[in-house]
Design a protein around this ligand. Structure first.
Ligand code: ZN
Length: 244
């Protein structure tokens, strides 16, 4: 356990000391920057710009006129963390941790003991949460958009592994999906390519082009079947390996 802890700390230090291109602090307006002074003395080490950068990249917030607005995904994550990690979600936790780190730096406290104190209960809470926490209803993570599918249904914003995209609200019946519209400032190739992609996507609308939509659905189903097969093969291979 201590070996693991040492390794985790070593990695954290390596990550923390790696140079990263951070957005300018005053580029990040809104909650991150403004709320920080209220967290207490411990927040002095908190980098609002870095936090802003991270929560935006993870799609927990949208930037609206240089202010942060939580996305449904952000709210769901925050609710889950508040419910299961209330001690860490408390602003006082950061302040307390900072002062403990200060006392470690000053040689007043043993860092192994200090981390053990934190890591034991934290590790336990992670295990319990994985076991007990209810899965978030994916429908709740959907965001409205101003765009419409060719058949008249609303297109909604979904979050995927590669970022946000628009999808028909009539999914899975209608499988229209496309990346979000480029910003109004976008010109030339970016805009043209998106318009071509939009046209291609709409050719699969279940309302206007039912045949193309059925073909697209069959293709998606076949792909899923293939993935399932290869997953089965992999797990079978794993099992036979572990037997030997
Ligand atoms: Zn549609």
């Amino acid at each position: 356990m201590l070996g693991q802890l040492g390794e985790a700390v070593r990695r954290a230090v390596a990550v923390a000391s790696r140079p990263v291109a951070l957005p300018m602090a005053d580029d990040i307006a809104g909650a991150g920057g403004k709320a920080a002074p209220a967290f207490g003395a411990g927040a002095k080490g908190v980098r609002p710009a870095f936090i802003g950068f991270a929560i935006e990249r993870r799609q927990y917030v949208d930037r609206e006129k240089s202010r942060f607005k939580p996305t449904p995904l952000g709210s769901a994550v925050s609710d889950l963390l508040t419910e299961h990690f209330s001690n860490i979600m408390d602003m006082g936790f950061t302040a307390g941790m900072e002062s403990k780190l200060d006392s470690v730096a000053a040689g007043e406290q043993d860092w192994v003991e200090m981390l053990k104190e934190f890591f034991g209960p934290f590790d336990k809470a992670v295990g319990e949460t994985i076991e007990k926490a209810e899965r978030v209803d994916r429908k709740k993570l959907v965001q409205k958009s101003d765009e419409k599918c060719e058949g008249g249904d609303d297109l909604v914003i979904r979050s995927g592994r590669y970022g946000k995209f628009l999808a028909c609200g009539r999914f899975p019946e209608c499988r229209v999906s496309i990346s979000t519209r480029p910003s109004e400032r976008a010109t030339g190739e970016v805009k043209e390519n998106w318009e071509i992609a939009w046209k291609t996507a709409m050719e699969k609308c279940a309302i206007v082009h039912p045949e193309a939509a059925a073909a697209a659905a069959a293709e998606a189903e076949a792909k899923r079947g293939l993935r399932r097969k290869s997953a089965k093969k992999k797990s079978a291979a794993k099992k036979s390996k572990t037997k030997v």
